[in-house]
Every structure is written in C-alpha cells, then in structure tokens.
Design a binder for this molecule. Structure first.
Ligand SMILES: CCCCCCCC/C=C\CCCCCCCCCC(=O)SCCNC(=O)CCNC(=O)[C@H](O)C(C)(C)COP(=O)(O)OP(=O)(O)OC[C@H]1O[C@@H](n2cnc3c(N)ncnc32)[C@H](O)[C@@H]1OP(=O)(O)O
Ligand SMILES: Cc1cc2nc3c(=O)[nH]c(=O)nc-3n(C[C@H](O)[C@H](O)[C@H](O)COP(=O)(O)OP(=O)(O)OC[C@H]3O[C@@H](n4cnc5c(N)ncnc54)[C@H](O)[C@@H]3O)c2cc1C
Length: 665
C-alpha cells in the first residue's frame, strides 16, 4: 500500500507552531512527554489491539478486557511507572474496565473519608491491587436522590459490628462498575442505624464481597452483572453490577470515620466538618470527567476534521477535482465551534483541577468556605461539558456522512461509550438544578451586602449588569474580550435575577423550585457557559510561546463565544443585552473567523497528538489514506469470510426457488 501523507498539503498551510500547541494542549512540556510516551507504548503493544472489539460476543469481550487490564498492570510494574504514567497508560489502553473504579473512586474515597488508621490499613492493599474495589452507591430504585438510599448498616453493640442489609428489591445496589464480576471489595453507601434505632443518614462502609482465595461471594452476598448495555463493544467491557446483602456483618472499623464516627458504645460523633463531605468523591470524579470531556470531544473532532479535508463532493470544474467538504461554510459552521469547544473544555478542565486542589488544601486547614462553589462548579461544568460532548460526537458522525456510520469510523463506539457520562456521576439536569440553587442563594444574599466571590463575583455588579447595553457597532468590535465577557455576564445575571424574582412570588420556595425548574436550568447553563468563556479568556492572558499559537487560540476563543451567542440568541436579545443588529454583526464576525480557522484546522487537531491506535478510526487516520483502508477493512468482516453466506441453503435458495415457481404458475 502506498505510504503518502494525503493531508500533507493541509499541514503545510498551518500558520502556527504545531509542536508548541501540543504542549499547550497537554498542559506542560512534562505532561506532553508523558502522554506522548505512554500513548506510543500502548499503540505498539499488540495486546492492546482493539479493532475487533465490536465483533466479539460479551463473554469473549469481557475476558479480553481482563487480559488487557492484567497486561497493563504487568507493564506498570515491570517499567516501574509513576502514578501519572500508569494513569496515562490506562487512559490510552482505551477500554472501560474495573480499574477505573478501583483507582478513580475506591482509592479516592478511602483517601478522602478514611481516618489515618483506616488509610494505613486499606490503601497499601489497594495500591498493590491485593484487593480490588468499586463504588457501590446507586440502587435499583434510587440514584440521583442519595438521601433516599435504602441499604442499612445497623450497629450491633454486642459484637461491635455493623449489619449490612438490603431490605427491599429497590435497595439492591445496581450499576456500580467493576462490581458485577471483578471487585473483591466495595465502598457501600448505607443508612447508618444505631441501637436507639435512629437513622443517621447515608455513610460509606468498606465491605468485602468475594473470597480472596476462590473469588466466590462471601456468605449473605448476592452479586452479578446487570446485563448488556447500549451499543456493541463500547461500555460492555465494564461489569456494571447488582448486589444484595442478607444481614452481612462487618467490623465497626469498616465504617469510614474521618467525617463522623460510631464509638464502641454506639455513640454517634460528628466531626466539626460539613456533612456534605461524604459526597466528596463525587466532586473529585466530576472534576476528572470535565477533563475527560475535552479528550473525547477532541477525538471526535479530530476524526471529523481530517475526514472533511479528505472527502470531496460537488464543485468539479472542467473535470477537475471536487470540493473538499471542509470548504463548505455549513460544514465549517457545524465543525469549527466543536473544535473551539474542545480547546475551551481543555482550559476550563485545567482550571477546575486547580480549583479542586485549592479546595482540598483549604479543607485540610478546616476552611470550608469554598466548598459550595467547588460543588456548583464541578456539578455544572460536568453537566455542560458532557452534554455538549455527547451531542458533538453524534454531530461529528453526521459530518462524516455515510461513512461515519461504519464502526471503523470509530464514532459509533465512541458515542456509545461516552453518552452515559450525561447520567453517571449525577444526571446532568439534576446537577444543573444544584447550580441553580447555589445561584439563587447567592442572588438572595445580595441585598444584605454580601459580596459574591469566585465564579459568582460578577453578580456583585448586579446593578450595572442589569442595565448595560453592548457598545458593539461593527463586526470587529466583537473581537474584544471585555465586550464578549460583559454580554455573557449580563445574560447570566439577568436570567438568574429573573428566576429569583419569580421564585419570590411563591409562598413556599420549594414549590417555586419545582414550578420554575426549566428556567432555573437555563440560568444555570448561562452561568456555566460564562465560566467556560471567562476561563478561555483568562488562559489567553498567560504568556503562551510559539509562533502563531496565541493567535490561533484567540480565534478559537471568539469562535466558541460567538457561536454560543448565536445559538442562544433568544436569551441575549430577550434580556436586552444585545440588539438584533449586534447579533447579526456577531454572526458576520463568526463567518470571517471560520475563514481564519480553515487553513489551520488539520494542524489544530494534529495538536491533540493522538495516535492512530487511540483514535481507532479509518476516517481519522493521520495520513488521510481513507478509501484504500476502508476497502481493505470491509473485506475483513466475518461476513466476507465466505462468498456464499451461511444460511443460503436454508433461507435464500428456497425463497428464490419459491418465487421462481410462483412466477411460472
Ligand atoms: C471507543 C471506545 C472509547 C473508550 C473510552 C474509554 C475511556 C473511558 C471513558 C469513560 C469512562 C470513565 C469512567 C467513569 C466511571 C463512571 C463512574 C460513575 C460513578 C457513579 O455514577 S457513582 C454515583 C454518582 N451518583 C450521583 O452523582 C448522585 C447524584 N446526586 C447527588 O449528588 C445528591 O443527591 C444531590 C446533590 C443531587 C442532592 O443531595 P442532597 O443531600 O439531597 O442535597 P440537597 O438537599 O440538595 O443539598 C444539601 C446541601 O448539600 C450541598 N451539596 C450537595 N452535594 C454536594 C457535594 N457533592 N459537595 C458539596 N456540597 C454538596 C448542596 O449544595 C446543599 O447545600 P446548601 O444546604 O444549599 O448550602
Ligand atoms: C454507565 C454507568 C455507570 C455507572 N457507574 C456507577 C458506579 O460505579 N457506582 C454507582 O454507585 N453508580 C453508578 N452509576 C449510576 C449513576 O450514578 C446513576 O444512574 C445516576 O446518578 C442517575 O441516577 P438515576 O439512574 O437514579 O436517574 P434518575 O434520577 O432516575 O433520573 C431519571 C430522569 O429523572 C430526572 N430527574 C430525577 N430527579 C429529578 C429532579 N429532582 N428534578 C428534575 N428531574 C429529575 C432526570 O433528569 C432523568 O431525566 C452508573 C450509571 C451508568 C449509566
């Protein structure tokens, strides 16, 4: 097969230093070197092959995932990889499996909620994978409403144990990843009940599920997989599980007791910390999901951009070549905002990581003041970025026309794997309602002179923002960060204030919350979009080296903001932040920005530095050699192993003969 770069011409048009942009995308030179090394390590190892995933029956698929996870662990030990390198290796192995829950939730939960003693006991076992853990919170009948969980942990003072029990079918644990077939232990969320029969609400407990000798469930435990999920391959590599307890006894010291304790005498002691800290692992995971959203979105956009540059339709003159579909303004209008969003989510993800680290340090110093903001930001940005990413993967499939529907485009499996992110770790609407509560609380405190800080600081300028009008007079006026920021702040303020005013008309605030939920969600979205825009603008204040790199990012930042403005025109115009004329100027500016993105588009997706292995897409191949490889791939399908298909003699031949007989009659 020819070995040429079909996209070389596209790459030659780039107006910036791609190698420097790779470093900006990775976050630092060090991060770039680690990701680059780990992605190549995985790509060159045949055990991490994944091109056959969608064709395997579930049992084989699952066994193969176990093999890969074991191999990944072997390589981590052999190569003495650091925690950072190991997590990148697992990321590029690119197959959802139990290790994500072990490292991503079980270990962080013990770190966050365990006492020093408990950490000393459990963490070394978990670090060496001598035990494998999962996070068992959700139940068959209860997911979003954590306070509604039914599993009980009743203290027995006679034996100094907790008795874990599933009182109803609805209380069966349902969904935890890694639970179905692999985990030996789980962090189990259960209602704490002490001898006085008082219910102290949900707490976390470490429960051993399976024997460490033969992997059989321990007495009183019923455990299994919940069944096949959406799509082929995809998330079916994960053993999401069900779990029931029949009066299972665990020692008292297996309740995680950093936040609250039960003494030997059965006394409940609450440390001097907010009870919401029991939800701390969710805050941590939501923050990581935002960072992952940019990766998944970048992956889909990389495929769609490269293929749009390869694909040609219409426009041939005098028998010449047809037009590259990336040159159509409609294609640009659908694709370039997604490219801009990938960068926007990357930077807001970086900032969120900083916010999370900051809040963690404050918590250690017993400063809980920024916890509500950290909760609102992680919840809101998790919701916003995963919703956009899920929708955008589907849009990228459509941008690739018919070929996008082929498994080998990589997009169907990516979509199937990604969409549950809109549900897990908090349903996206439920999370936006949390943001709305936070906003309403902030607005209600304004009259008392309370100065909002952090991401709600803009609400402190409520009087100005309720009245301001954009000064834009010509299209280029939109290329000004303070002009853009002001309209996003004004829109977010006006939507929040309108909700607060409408809420005040209800005698009971909870009734108002239920009735106005749809408006509240819109106000929350406006607030979250403002955060993303403002963090992109803040990123551009940094010293960013490399020829043309900052200029490209500036262009993408305006594409991101002006496209949002265009999509939510109703909000911006109805709240009087901009006039219809200014909206139309924003649109003119957006079109002209697309022309600036166009020559750089392929280089901008090259900057993600994804290997062909990670992309697993024929349409997104680095060399753009799409048609020969699609043709080759078709012949690999098991249906093409024989010229005449199985079933011909039973079903096709009799049918044809019957039709022939009928015709003769
Ligand atoms: C092609 C193939 C590609 C392969 C690709 C492979 C790559 C892999 C890709 C993806 C794999 C990733 C793996 C991901 C694994 C998935 C893991 C999923 C795990 C889970 O889902 S665990 C279960 C999560 N469950 C939830 O999130 C439940 C959601 N519900 C809640 O959080 C709460 O119930 C609630 C917040 C909605 C309500 O809680 P409640 O106590 O009732 O609270 P309120 O009364 O509303 O509020 C009280 C008070 O508390 C504040 N608060 C609430 N939550 C928090 C918090 N977390 N932190 C701090 N504070 C919180 C709230 O604001 C209120 O404050 P106030 O009183 O108003 O001041
Ligand atoms: C792939 C996958 C992996 C998972 N992994 C784990 C895991 O490892 N551990 C674990 O414990 N759990 C896990 N979960 C469970 C997950 O956390 C829950 O599914 C999630 O929290 C949503 O809860 P739910 O299913 O109860 O949805 P529901 O709350 O039943 O939502 C159903 C609908 O009701 C709406 N709704 C609910 N409440 C409100 C409200 N107050 N106002 C307005 N609308 C509302 C929602 O928006 C949604 O449209 C996983 C789920 C999936 C899909």
């Amino acid at each position: 097969m020819e070995d040429v770069d079909h996209l070389a011409h596209e790459r030659s048009k780039a107006q910036f230093d791609v190698e420097e942009m790779k470093i900006v995308w990775a976050g630092s030179r060090h991060a770039f070197e680690v990701t680059d090394r780990m992605s190549r390590l995985v790509a060159s190892d045949p055990i991490f092959r994944k091109d056959n995933r969608t064709l395997l029956p579930r049992k084989e698929l699952f066994k193969n995932t176990l093999r890969k996870a074991a191999h990944a662990w072997k390589r981590i030990i052999e190569l003495r990889l650091t925690e950072e390198e190991a997590s990148k290796l697992r990321f590029f192995a690119d197959e959802p499996n139990f290790t994500e829950l072990h490292w991503g939730m079980f270990v962080p939960f013990i770190k966050g909620q365990g006492t020093d003693e408990q950490q000393k006991k459990w963490l070394p076992l978990a670090y060496k994978m001598q035990i494998i853990g999962c996070y068992a919170q959700t139940e068959l009948g209860h997911g979003s409403n954590v306070q509604g969980l039914e599993t009980t942990a009743t203290f027995d003072p006679l034996t100094d144990e907790f008795v874990i029990h599933s009182p109803t079918l609805a209380s069966s644990k349902w969904w935890p990843g890694g639970l179905g077939k692999v985990s030996t232990h789980a962090v189990v969320f259960a209602r704490l009940i002490i001898t006085d029969d008082r219910d102290y609400g949900v707490h976390g407990f470490i429960v051993q599920l399976r024997s460490l000798d033969d992997h059989l469930p321990l007495p009183g435990i019923t455990v299994g997989d919940i069944g096949n999920k959406f799509g082929s391959g995809a998330y079916n590599t994960m053993d999401n599980g069900l779990l029931r307890f029949d009066n299972v006894r665990i020692p008292r010291d297996q309740m995680l007791m950093r936040i609250s304790q039960v003494t030997r005498e059965g006394k409940y002691v609450q440390s001097n910390v907010p009870r919401q800290l029991v939800y701390g692992t969710m805050v941590y995971v939501r923050q990581t999901i935002v960072a992952d959203a940019s990766c998944a979105l970048a992956r889909a956009v990389c495929i769609a951009t490269r293929y749009s540059a390869v694909r040609r339709q219409f426009g041939s003159q005098n028998g010449g070549v047809e037009t590259q579909v990336i040159d159509y303004k409609t294609q640009q209008n659908r694709l370039f905002p997604l490219l801009a969003s990938a960068y926007a989510f990357r930077f807001v993800g970086e900032w969120l990581k900083w916010l999370y680290t900051d809040v963690t340090q404050r918590l250690q110093a017993k400063d809980f003041s920024t916890l509500p903001e950290a909760h609102a930001c992680t919840a809101g940005l998790k919701s916003l970025t995963t919703t956009v990413t899920a929708d955008s993967i589907e849009e990228c499939r459509k941008l690739c026309g018919g070929h996008g529907y082929l498994s080998c485009s990589g997009l169907p499996e990516l979509f199937a794997v990604y969409i549950p992110a809109c549900t897990y770790e908090g349903d996206n609407v439920v999370l936006l309602l949390q943001v709305a509560r936070f906003l309403m609380k902030t607005v209600s405190q304004l009259p008392s002179g309370m100065k909002p800080v952090g991401t709600t600081a803009y609400l402190g300028r409520v009087e100005d923002l309720m009245q301001c009008h954009s000064t834009v007079k010509k299209a280029e006026d939109w290329l000004n960060p303070s002009v853009v920021l002001e309209v996003f702040e004004a829109r977010a303020t006006r939507l929040s204030v309108a909700c607060a005013q409408n809420l005040s008309k209800f005698a009971k605030q909870e009734e108002g919350f239920l009735e106005l939920a749809a408006d509240l969600v819109e106000a929350a979205v406006a607030h979250c979009q403002l955060i993303v825009v403002s963090k992109f603008i803040e990123k551009l204040q940094e010293d960013i080296p490399g020829k043309g790199v900052k200029e490209q990012l500036q262009t993408l930042c305006y594409v991101y903001a002006l496209n949002l403005l265009h999509k939510h025109l109703g909000d911006f115009v109805a709240t009087g932040c901009i006039t219809p004329k200014q909206a139309s100027l924003a649109n003119d500016q957006l079109r002209s920005l697309y022309s600036q993105v166009r020559p750089n588009a392929v280089a901008l997706v090259d900057s993600f530095n994804y290997t062909d292995h990670y992309l697993s897409s024929i349409l997104g191949r680095y060399d753009g050699n799409v048609y020969p490889k699609l043709y080759e791939e078709a012949w690999k399908d098991p249906l093409n192993e024989s010229v005449v298909p199985d079933g011909y003699h039973e079903y096709i031949r009799p049918l044809l003969k019957q039709q022939l007989r009928n015709a003769r009659l």
